[in-house]
Design a protein around this ligand. Structure first.
Ligand code: ATP
Length: 253
């Protein structure tokens, strides 16, 4: 479905991505894992049309989307939920959600939007009780849920999630990643960018490791977690020793 082919990008003279290639199949959650500054957000910026690559291309179902305007990428079904959430703090939860489907509301598709709102709220029931509350007064976890729900209101075929578990308590992070795991069943594939390698791999069919702007490794969660060097690099020797490798790897499509 999504193919990133040999993408390179530099901020001025400073290379940030070097010939990065990856793919997300229909019905897959795929994680992109890396430390601070590895190039993860830059790659999401290129996929969503905010940054123009200096080399390579991005295609969706065989059609090139790199070089298109961000609005055209959204129209093609690719929606990014940015790191830091970028909600409209003074607006209510309901208003933030409706902004996710603004173009359809403008076209008079209010009934469809109401259905999507119900569906988004069924994924994140806590938001249903807070529709009138200002988004800026939600807890960190609730804000992340709202940002994801707003992204889903645009009916994406592919959701790009930038560190959804960042800064959240483990239980809230697990709840959010649990919702991510279920999105393919609703027709939405996911590219999940995370530093939380264990949490992300637990809900992914496949993963890629990026360091210094290059993809170093890719494979199923089992393959990635069996690589001792990677386990130590990501988790530290003590956590790597106690790690339970997931047993239910799905094979890539
Ligand atoms: P994090 O997890 O901290 O968000 P990341 O993996 O998303 O990190 P990027 O934000 O893509 O990494 O950054 C990749 C590299 O590009 C880093 O060296 C960063 O300093 C640099 N970089 C990012 N944005 C800019 C910018 N606007 N101008 C110059 N350099 C930048």
């Amino acid at each position: 479905m999504l193919r990133v082919e040999s993408i390179s990008f530099a901020y001025g003279r400073q290379p940030a991505l070097r010939e990065v290639s990856l793919a997300v199949g229909a019905g897959e959650v795929v994680s992109l894992l890396g430390m601070n500054g590895a190039g993860k957000s830059t790659l999401l910026g290129i996929i969503s049309g905010l940054l123009k690559p200096s080399g390579g291309r991005v295609t969706l179902d065989g059609r090139q989307i790199s070089g298109s305007a961000p609005s055209a990428v959204v129209a093609a079904g690719v929606v990014q939920v940015p790191e830091g959430r970028q909600l409209f703090g003074p607006l209510s939860v309901r208003e933030n959600l409706e902004l996710g489907s603004y173009t359809r509301l403008k076209r008079g598709q209010g009934k469809e939007v109401a259905r999507d709102l119900d569906q988004a709220l069924s994924l994140f029931p806590v938001l249903a009780d807070r529709l009138g509350q200002a988004a800026g007064t939600l807890s960190g976890g609730e804000q992340q849920m709202l940002a994801m729900a707003r992204g889903l209101m645009a009916r994406p075929r592919l959701l790009l999630l930038d560190e959804p578990s960042l800064g959240l308590a483990p239980q809230v992070a697990a709840e959010i990643l649990g919702v991510v795991r279920g999105l393919p069943a609703q027709g939405c594939s996911v590219l999940l960018v995370e530093q939380n390698a264990l949490g992300a791999l637990a809900v992914s069919a496949r993963g890629y490791i990026i360091t210094g702007g290059r993809i170093r490794q890719s494979g199923t969660p089992r393959e990635i977690l069996s690589d001792e060097m990677l386990r130590e690099a990501f988790l530290g020797p003590r956590r790597a020793q106690s790690l339970v490798v997931p047993t239910s790897d799905k094979e890539p499509q």
